[in-house]
Design a protein around this ligand. Sequence first.
Ligand code: FES
Ligand code: FES
Length: 82
Amino acid sequence: MSGEALIAQRGPYEVDVVAGQDYFWCRCGRSQQQPFCDGSHKGTGLFPLKFHAQVSETLYLCGCKRSHSPPCCDGTHNELND
Ligand code: FES
Ligand code: FES
């Protein structure tokens, strides 16, 4: 089973990240722990996007999984019509 990313939410998740920590953003949309990977991508051919927080800050992580600047929301969710 390979798949397209599902839309987890039609808008970003506000997340406070901590400097020095690694995060795994869910790219497939199937995680039950959005916006992060919980391993549910298994079998889809999709994998999480790992990123490293350089500073502690609030990020807006893409929930629609269609952002052109993952893992962050770039407003693409406003163009979804399916
Ligand atoms: Fe995906 Fe905004 S939530 S681009
Ligand atoms: Fe979606 Fe891992 S659960 S990328």
